[in-house]
Design a protein around this ligand. Sequence first.
Ligand SMILES: C[S@@+](CC[C@H](N)C(=O)[O-])C[C@H]1O[C@@H](n2cnc3c(N)ncnc32)[C@H](O)[C@@H]1O
Length: 163
Amino acid sequence: MSRLDSFIRRMKAQRLLLDAAAERIETLDGPIVDLGLGAGRTYDHLRTRFPAREVFAFDNFVQAAVGYLPDAEHMVIGEIRETLPVSLPRLKARAALVHNDLGSADAVGNNAIAHWLAPAIEAIARPDAIIITSFPLPFAKQVALPLPTGINPGRYHILQLTV
Ligand SMILES: C[S@@+](CC[C@H](N)C(=O)[O-])C[C@H]1O[C@@H](n2cnc3c(N)ncnc32)[C@H](O)[C@@H]1O
C-alpha cells in the first residue's frame, strides 16, 4: 500500500473513532485534549463535533492556519513531555477524551514516546477517560474498545482507562 493510501486510511479511522467517542463520553464530564495540533484539522473537527466541550490543543509549534487556531487559553505550546503532566490547573478538570496524534510511521520512535506519554496522560485524564491514539500506549489499566466497522485492527486505537 502506498504512503498516500495509508495516510487516507489513517485519517478515515481517526474521524470514525472521534465520532464514535461522542456517545461514549456523553456521561463523562471534562474537557477534551488534542495532543499534536499540527495543521489543526483534528482540533477543528473536535471543536465542531463537541461544541459544548472545552478542547485544549498541545504542540511544540503553532502552525495551523489563522482562523483554525485555538485561543490562547486552549493552546498549550511547548514540549508535551514537560507541559502535559503539569497541565491539570489549566484544564480545570480531568479530561474525558484524549486524542494522541504525536507519532509517525516510525514504530520504534512511537514506542519511545509511548513510555513517557502514557503516564503523562494518566496525570490529567479521568480514571475512566476515553483515549484515541494513533499508536499503542502502555497504560497501567485499560480496556480496548471495539473498533467501528471500516477500521482494520492496528491502524488506530480506542480504549478506556479503568481503575
Ligand atoms: C501528525 S502531527 C498532528 C496532526 C494533527 N492531528 C492535524 O490535524 O493536523 C503531529 C504534531 O505533534 C507535534 N509533536 C510531536 N511530538 C511532540 C512533542 N513531544 N511535544 C510537542 N509537540 C509534539 C508536532 O509538532 C506535530 O505538529
